[in-house]
Design a protein around this ligand. Sequence first.
Ligand code: EPZ
Length: 421
Amino acid sequence: MDKIVIEGGFPLRGDIRISGAKNSAIKLMAVCLLTDQQITLTNMPRLRDTRSMGQLLTHLGVEVGEVGASTMTLHAPKLSSSEAPYDLVRKMRATFNVLGPLLAREEEARVSLPGGCAIGARPVDLHLKALEAMGAKIELEQGYVVASAKGGLRGAEISFPFVSVGATEHALLSAVLAKGETVLMNAAREPEIIDLANCLNAMGAKITGAGRSEVRIEGVAKLGGVEHSVVPDRIEAGTYALAAATAGGSVRLTHVRHDHLGALWPLIAQAGARVSLDDSTVLIERGTGRPNPVDIDTQAYPGFPTDLQAQFMALVGLADGVSIIRENIFENRFMHCPELTRMGADITVRGREAIVRGVPEYVAAPVMATDLRASASLINAGLAARGETHISRVYHLDRGFEHIEVKLGQCGARIKRVPDD
Ligand code: EPZ
């Protein structure tokens, strides 16, 4: 297994091209199950998670092809299986979202439950309730969801008790071929949901309201092929913006949708960095001097994203003052705190709140990545730290950040990947 070694204390200077969004790409890949025509996805990030989804789709009988560095083709004239086994689903939770498309196409499916996850219990009850409302019969058997929908799924009114990105996407994927109209109320409004709806509509689906709380889907009998470009990754963009704000320097992000990070820019500016937004680029500049403390409160989109909470904490961990960070989405998403503490941060966790008392500097230490975004916060802290930080378990990073050491290296970071022995 590899580890990342960073010699910190050098400001970042340069351009970083933002890749396609992991959290959109893996859901977009599932649309190939809904048609016998070819799907071509461009601006695809090459990540461990897209590979995991590719493995599952191949198992189901989809022909998965890679063309050049960032184009993927998916073609399923017919499927060879409607079972998603535990070994393929446990690697990545979003693979569970093949359940609805399999039901829509094959009228039956057997999909492993994704199980728990380091950042919280993460149940799938809302997904299953949505499918049941659409007429699916669902049983749980030895860790598997065994579902059938003879005669196909039917449109339904589904009101989510709270906002769930995954359940909204799963309901969308399931409803496009259902008979009649489906109405989703209290739907998630993330840009990745709009991206999925745009792709499905280009295939012939009839979805209106994606990006708003109420989404209407008029079922159609058939969907065709499509070529679709994956939306830029707002979390990758936010992570590098926070890297520049934490380590100092001047970094220009390109191929970015800055309107997807409206909750982040004012807070980075409040922390003391200069943010310049322009068409598809963002320039982040921070000189010497400590950042200002800033409180954050994670919320569903358009609020501050939970997927940037750890990286923001690495920034305000160096602030001249105290910041309160409240995590509202996941109950156990502070695992980076003990690791940042090993680098000298002063953080006290009380339930869903972390009290971060800024310290003048981080000092390098061996640390361990605990989940994808937590790993990114350790990288950002390592870029600012005095000395050589060693981050192990970087397979978490490879799930969601394309060529992170190359992209940061191009900005002058002294970062390398080495075998961990
Ligand atoms: C998506 O997860 C993202 N993952 C997460 O990113 C992201 O943190 C999260 O949305 C919130 O923005 C992908 O897109 C692959 P939810 P998801 O359903 O869909 C609870 C990353 O690092 N819940 O919106 O799983 C759940 O436990 C990942 O890229 C239920 O109780 O998130 C959580 O507390 C991490 N029952 C809350 O809702 C359900 O049936 C929101 O989860 C579903 C969810």
